[in-house]
Design a binder for this molecule. Structure first.
Ligand SMILES: [Zn+2]
Length: 464
């Protein structure tokens, strides 16, 4: 009795399923989740880096733009001004501080790539420490999920300034993701549709080609960035916030207690007049924001609004225009490390107009070692003798790397010159002037490379 009733019910269920699917016709397939679609994706390195753009984010929100933010790391290194927690525990706190800072503006779609803080100016160290491939895979996923019209990020390059390698790494990854997210053959498992019900591996995202990428530099100089992109005043009054954009940025910054408790405690004691006086005397809060246009696939002018030329809807994948490799002599010595990487990077990503200093430059702490990485290329058919010599200011001492060397036929080789820098007195008050140094490479009495570098000596600087 029991058995037969079960069979009967099952049979009935199958029958009703067959009837209903025949009656319903085609069913709509699920489309992308609109809650995650944005106009602007900000990609930065550390919690509080968003501060470089918050006045602009507040303005874009006034214009009803949807915004998401990606951080490269949780900011687990550095001093904790708010409590005793350090390392991973500090990172856990700073993730919440960053989320709270952005929530103040109304931005809640915020992700972290899982990179680790890397205290140096060398982008290659940061990329290695961030598991470059994994971070890029995740960022491409987030671009496909958020489908940004515009990406805004740090300018990939080395400059006299803080020049943090992690800041540069966020700009490198954002540029790579800009060029990969629309390519259906890049991370195709993210694009593939489900192979079965409750698919656990394939992601069913769509390729997405962002339309524009803009950068902000982590540099002291401004001359080479002027006129390369739009400029936004932070003193205009927000329509929604009823206060200047810089003031909204300061309110957002209040979340970063572990990084700036002593400053924030002071601000908390001030009235509005005192806050305004503090902010106008410190240009950090009130100077205009300058962005640099990286590239636009939809036209628009260089200094026009970030969203100029952007219209709704997807555009086709645009493979980056790779510039031709420059002609090089058969025997050559060039600057290596991050400098040669960036030269190749600009060429590979269609960013030949991206501003970069010539000669290359760096700020370093006094009484540390300057390392000049060199690429030696010998495309001739025989072993070559080369000699390297450095011209330095008084008090700068070559420790290693100059003299005579041989490089085998058809060989690329890497080498480096190490220079001990003079100390900078703690009592020094003069603004440091960059000094130019040069490396001369010769072979058979002929010059095969003249490398120049501008170096500024400081009391404090991130390691090279
Ligand atoms: Zn930072």
């Amino acid at each position: 009795m029991k058995k037969s009733s079960k069979t009967l019910i099952l049979g009935f269920a199958l029958l009703s399923f067959a009837l209903s699917s025949a009656a319903q016709g085609p069913q709509a397939l699920p489309s992308a989740d609109e809650r995650y679609k944005v106009d602007l994706l900000l990609v930065v390195a550390h919690p509080d880096d968003e501060g470089a753009a918050t006045p602009y984010l507040a303005r874009a929100l006034d214009e009803h733009k949807r915004i998401a933010v990606v951080f490269g790391t949780r900011g687990s290194s550095g001093a904790n001004e708010a409590g005793g927690e350090q390392a991973a525990a500090l990172g856990a706190i700073r993730e919440i501080e960053a989320r709270n800072a952005l929530a103040t503006l109304g931005i809640t779609n915020v992700w972290f790539l899982g990179g680790k803080d890397t205290a140096s100016q060398n982008v290659l160290l940061s990329l290695a420490n961030w598991d470059h491939g994994e971070s890029l895979e995740q960022l491409v996923r987030l671009v496909r999920l958020t489908r940004p019209e515009v990406i805004l990020t740090f300018l990939p390059g080395t400059f006299i300034g803080e020049d943090h390698g992690d800041h540069q790494a966020s700009g490198v990854l954002a540029t790579e993701a800009f060029d990969l997210a629309g390519d259906a053959t890049a991370f195709p498992e993210q694009i593939a549709g489900p192979s079965k019900r409750l698919e656990p591996f394939l992601e069913n995202l769509r390729p997405w080609q962002p339309k524009k990428i803009y950068y902000f530099p982590d540099a002291d100089r401004e001359d080479i960035f002027r006129g390369k992109g739009p400029e936004y005043s932070v003193k205009e009054i927000s329509k929604s916030g009823k206060q200047p954009y810089w003031r909204m940025a300061l309110d957002s910054f209040r979340a970063h207690q572990t990084q700036a408790k002593s400053f924030l405690d002071k601000v908390a004691q001030m009235d509005e007049t005192q806050i305004e006086k503090m902010a106008t005397s410190d240009s950090f809060w009130t100077e205009a924001l300058h962005f640099v246009l990286g590239k636009s696939l939809v036209g628009g002018s260089v200094t026009g609004d970030i969203f100029e030329g952007v219209t709704p809807g997807a555009i086709p994948f645009a493979r980056p225009e790779v510039s031709a490799e420059p002609a090089r002599p058969e025997l050559l010595v060039e600057l290596g490390g991050p400098y040669s990487f960036y030269a190749e990077f600009r060429r590979a990503h269609g960013l030949m107009n991206l501003p970069h200093p010539e000669p290359p430059e760096i700020a370093l702490q006094g009484h540390t070692t300057l390392v000049i990485s060199l690429c030696v290329r010998n495309r001739t058919g025989k072993t070559q003798e080369i000699s390297l010599a450095a011209s330095l200011p008084a008090g700068w001492v070559v420790q290693a790397g100059t003299g005579k060397f041989t490089v085998a036929a058809k060989q690329p080789a890497a080498t480096r010159i190490e220079i001990l820098l003079p100390a900078v007195a703690e009592t020094e008050t003069k603004k440091p002037e960059p000094q130019e140094i040069s490396v001369h490479a010769e072979s058979n009495g002929q010059s095969i490379g003249e490398i120049r570098l501008r170096v500024e000596l400081r009391k404090r600087a991130l390691s090279q």
